[in-house]
Design a protein around this ligand. Structure first.
Ligand code: HEM
Length: 497
């Protein structure tokens, strides 16, 4: 009612957008598959700030970095909420997953634990761990015969880093019981998006007698499983702390300071699961995007390898100490995160008060998407956006490119794990480039299977659909150095047993 009145008087009106359909609802116009493409088309047609309705909720989509900066960053006091997600956040997660929490005291308590584990100094301290895991990844890639096996190796690499920094223990194989349990959680969580359940559109159903609230049954069963898993991995650390065998980890630190964070046991357990929930799929998908780009743009692969050879030579693996001497590789990684961003609409923010921007009314309770996909493919900022061209980040003085972090979101909700992610990506990417010719798989006649640049999954996160990829040692010493480094890593990794 309020929104209708606003838009039909002389007060500022909602931003322009696609024509409202039946009951003013645009849900039918938003495809289930890769909805970000439609959002981008609307941003191009109607402007940098557009509005639509999903059910009864006004939705604002921001299509340029400037608009995202003006609103999500500069007006963070208004734009840092999250939309209500009854099934996903309230029923399935008991309101304990920080990513879905609205901005307020509970979120800030959660965030202080996350910051303690992912701040700049903590992130630098994970480099030895990331180095060890990447050495093991290199051996996995060198020795595996199956051209699709890299997916599991990369996933194990990303998972083990996150699990170690959160709980101080490695994941040696994807058949680890904790991983198998977690797959059930992840699988279900991925399916719980707002709009799927009637109660998200009709919260009045929450007034039904509880035994009649059929929509609770399945998520509540999953919540019990998730809680048991998160508590059990945290309690393992508690026991190790009592025995004096605990490794430094986010869990050990936050348990030792639990009263300062002001979180209960179960809230702490859920907070510790956040890197796991947000950091594994995203890092894995980014490394897959890197591999896809290397198959499709072999000249870029070669140029990066030449840079690495000139700085590192052939007798040792590159490491973090080489980071600052490899500008092309650094630009290549930025381009990986831009060329095919893996969180195309970010995670939705929500407004906590009414606002007016450039004469347009943005109501309290609106869902606000930063359209990362539109921003990272804007030809005015990134000419020929489908081209994978690291040079665009080197031959520029445009501040938007020099401090490029768009793929990680905006303002107070910006990804707190971005530096952990970038370190994992750097160390794996630079070592793969050093050691291997990254080549397409071949069919039974020996012809290269060139993957599509556009075949991606849909969801909150997107990743390339699987494509075969081969890893061929680039020079005489590569295999030997990889094997030796992996043996050393086996010994060093004992620290995180
Ligand atoms: C390349 C890899 C990654 C990408 C592209 C990425 C991207 C994002 C994006 C777009 C958001 C939403 C920001 C917003 O609301 O504006 C986000 C949030 C978040 N990310 Fe990441 N992320 C990555 C890796 C990681 C890693 C490795 C971790 C943990 C170690 C992590 C932890 C989180 C958490 C906890 C949030 C929620 C923050 C909040 O709601 O306040 N992410 N990420």
């Amino acid at each position: 009612q309020r929104f209708l009145r606003r838009s039909s008087c002389s007060c500022p009106t909602l931003p322009p957008g696609p024509p409202r359909g039946f009951l003013r609802d645009n849900s039918g116009d938003v495809p289930r598959f890769q909805h970000w493409k439609t959002f981008r088309a609307w941003n191009r047609k109607y402007g940098a700030v557009i509005s639509l309705y999903l059910g009864r909720t006004p939705v604002i989509v921001l299509g340029t970095v400037e608009a995202a900066h003006d609103l999500l960053e500069k007006r963070g006091d208004i734009y840092s909420g999250r939309p209500r997600n009854i099934v996903g956040d309230e029923i399935l997660s008991g309101g304990m997953r920080g990513m879905g929490m609205s901005y307020g005291p509970r979120y800030r308590r959660w965030k202080s634990l996350i910051q303690a584990g992912l701040n700049h100094t903590a992130t630098l301290s994970y480099r030895p761990l990331q180095s060890v895991e990447s050495s093991i990844l290199m051996r996995d890639l060198l020795t595996s015969q199956n051209p699709l096996a890299y997916k599991d190796h990369v996933r194990r690499f990303a998972m083990s880093i996150i699990f170690c920094l959160a709980y101080g223990r490695r994941i040696k194989t994807l058949s680890d019981e904790v991983v198998l349990q977690n797959m059930k959680t992840d699988g279900y969580f991925g399916k719980v998006h707002p709009g799927k359940f009637l109660v998200d559109s009709w919260p009045v159903l929450l007034h039904l007698p509880r035994f009649m609230q059929w929509f609770r049954w399945e998520p509540e069963r999953h919540r019990a499983l998730d809680t048991a898993l998160y508590m059990s991995v945290m309690n393992d650390v508690k026991r190790q702390m009592e025995d004096g065998t605990a490794q430094p980890s986010m869990a050990a630190y936050s348990l030792s300071k639990q009263h300062e964070f002001g979180l209960s046991d179960v809230e702490t357990a859920y907070a510790l699961s956040a890197p796991w929930a947000a950091g594994v799929g995203s890092t894995t998908a980014s490394i897959e995007v890197f591999l896809l780009a290397m198959l499709l743009f072999p000249a870029v692969q070669k140029k990066a390898q030449e840079e690495i050879d000139s700085i590192v030579g052939h007798s040792r693996l590159p490491g973090f100490e080489d980071h600052d001497s490899l500008p092309y590789v650094r630009a290549l990684i930025k381009e990986v995160t831009r060329w095919r961003c893996i969180a195309p609409t970010g995670f939705p923010h929500a407004t906590m008060a009414d606002d007016v921007y450039q004469g347009m009314f943005i109501p309290q309770g609106a869902t606000v998407y930063g359209n990362i996909y539109a921003m990272t493919t804007d030809p005015a900022v990134f000419p020929d956006p489908d081209e994978f061209r690291p040079e665009r980040f080197l031959e520029t003085s445009d501040p938007r490119l020099l401090s490029f972090s768009t793929p990680f979101g905006f303002g107070r909700r910006i990804c707190p794990g971005q530096n952990v992610a970038l370190q994992s990506i750097f160390i794996s990417v630079v070592r793969m480039l050093w050691a291997f010719k990254i080549l397409p798989g071949t069919d039974k006649n020996g012809n290269a299977i060139v993957p599509s640049a556009n075949d991606f999954t849909s969801g909150l996160l997107t990743r390339p659909t699987p494509f075969p990829c081969r890893f061929e040692p680039r020079h005489e010493s590569a295999a030997e150095v990889v094997q030796n480094e992996a043996e050393r890593a086996d010994i060093e990794s004992e620290a995180w047993k």
